[in-house]
Design a binder for this molecule. Sequence first.
Ligand SMILES: Cc1cc2nc3c(=O)[nH]c(=O)nc-3n(C[C@H](O)[C@H](O)[C@H](O)COP(=O)(O)OP(=O)(O)OC[C@H]3O[C@@H](n4cnc5c(N)ncnc54)[C@H](O)[C@@H]3O)c2cc1C
Ligand code: SF4
Length: 460
Amino acid sequence: MAVRKTKHEMPEQPAKERVKNFNEVPYGYSKETAIEEAKRCLQCKNKPCIEGCPVEIDIPDFIKQIAAGDFDKAVEVLKNKTSLPAVCGRVCPYESQCEGECTLLKIGEPVAIGRLERFLADYEREKGMIIPKLPKATGKKVAVVGAGPAGLTCAGDLAKMGHGVTVFEALHAPGGVLMYGIPEFRLPKDIVNAEVDYIKKLGVEIKYDIVVGKTITVDELFEDYDAVFIGTGAGLPRWLRIPGENLDGVYSANEFLTRVNMMKAYRFPEYDTPVKIGKIVATFGAGNVAMDCARTSLRLGAEKSYIIYRRSDVEMPARNEEIEHAKEEGVIFKLLTNPTKFIGDENGFLTEVECIKMKLGEPDDSGRRRPIPIEGSEEKIKIDTALVAIGQSPNPLIPQTVKDLEIERWGNIKTDKDGKTSIPGLFAGGDIATGAATVILAMGAGKRAARSIDTYLKKK
Ligand SMILES: Cc1cc2nc3c(=O)[nH]c(=O)nc-3n(C[C@H](O)[C@H](O)[C@H](O)COP(=O)(O)OP(=O)(O)OC[C@H]3O[C@@H](n4cnc5c(N)ncnc54)[C@H](O)[C@@H]3O)c2cc1C
Ligand code: SF4
C-alpha cells in the first residue's frame, strides 16, 4: 500500500476565536488519527530519527506500539528516555530535529513524531501516570540549581538512579521558561505542573524562593551535597541599545511574558496584577520569544501587533508553526526593518519608533546574511508599546559568585560535553552553558550530566 505523503492534520481553534482567549491552540490527535499517523512510519532499520533526538527516544519503537494500538507499551518506551513528553510534544522544534531526519521527507512530509509524542503524553496524563520502580537508595545527595527543563531532567534521571536529589529554585514555581516564558495558549501550565509532579513522585524534592548565589552559595551546597548541577538558564534580557529605550511602554520580552504568565496578568481582574498594553504594539525580533510576545499582545487587546525584524523571512529563527499561527492571527510582519530610536511624549511615554530599511549582504559569523542599512530609508511608525525580544544572555549570578569557575566569552559556564565544569563535583547544562537554545537541548544536557554525575559519585 502506498504511504500517505502528508501528516494527518491536528485540529485547532480557529484563528478568529483563539485570538480572543488564552486556551491552547491545537486540540491534539484522537486515538484513531494517532494510529493512522503511526502507520505511516516505515520502521527504517537505520532509525535516522533517533539521531535527531537529543534525548535519544526510541522513536520507531514507540510509533510501532501506537500503530498496534498498545498505548501503554508506547508510553513505557517514551518515558524510558524523557520525563517531559507533553512539553516536548508541544514546543520542540521537531521539524529541525527528529522529523528533519525522517526518511519520508524524500517523498513528502515526515511522520508527525511531535504530534504522536504529545498524543501519548496526554493519554498517559488522563489515565494516571505510572511511576517506575526505583532502585535502592545509594545514600548520595545531589543539589540541582534551577527547576527548568535542564535541572528537572537531570534531577529525574538522578532519582531514577537511586540518588537523593534536591532542586533549589529562585522563583515560587517550577518549570523555568516553561512556566514564566512560554504562554498558556502554547503550553498550558497544568500540563507543566503534571510533568513536574511526576518528577516529584520519583522522590525529587523542590525548594522554592532560594536564589543560589544570594540566599545560599554553591560552596555552602557542597557542605551538604556530594555533587551540584547548575541549570540556571539564560534569563538576562538583551537590549537594542538605541535612544529612548528607557521610555514608559518599552519592555523586555522577559518582563512582559513573566508578568503575563507567572503573575497571571492575562487573568485580570481575577488576579490584580495587570500589565499595561497599548493599542499598537511592536515586537522586535523574530524568534519563538518574539512570536509569543506578538500573539500575547493581541490576546490582551492590542489593535495592531507588529513583528519588526532586520533580516528576511528566510532567517527568522522561530518554529514554522509559530510563524504560521502568528500570521493567521493577524500579526503584521515588517521584515528587513531595524529600529534606530524610540520617540516619546513630554511625559516620557512611548509614541513612535523610527526604523530604517535594510538589505542583506554576505553571511556573517552566524552564517546568516548580514543586514545592511539602506541610507535615507528612515520611517516613523506610531506605537505605544515596544517589546524587545532580541535574545537573552546566561543568568550572571552563579558565574559571578563561584570562585575558579571557568566562564566563556558570553558569560556562559564552560563545560565539556558531559556537563563537567572546571570545578570537580560541579556540573552545568542547558542555557547557562550553551546560551539561549531549546527545551530539548537543555533536557539532553541535563540527561548527559546526570550520567556523568552518577559516574563521579560512584568513584567518590
Ligand atoms: C518566551 C520563550 C519561548 C520559547 N519557546 C521555545 C520553544 O517553542 N521551543 C523550544 O524548544 N524552546 C523555546 N524556548 C527556549 C527554551 O525555553 C529554553 O532553551 C529552555 O527553557 C532552557 O532550559 P534551562 O533549564 O536551561 O533554563 P530555564 O528554563 O531558563 O530554567 C532555569 C531556571 O533556573 C532558575 N534560576 C536562575 N537563577 C537561579 C539561581 N541563582 N538560583 C536558583 N534558581 C535559579 C530560574 O528561575 C529558572 O526556573 C523559549 C524561550 C522563551 C524565553
Ligand atoms: S525516520 Fe521516519 S519513517 Fe523512519 S523510523 Fe523514523 S519516524 Fe519512522
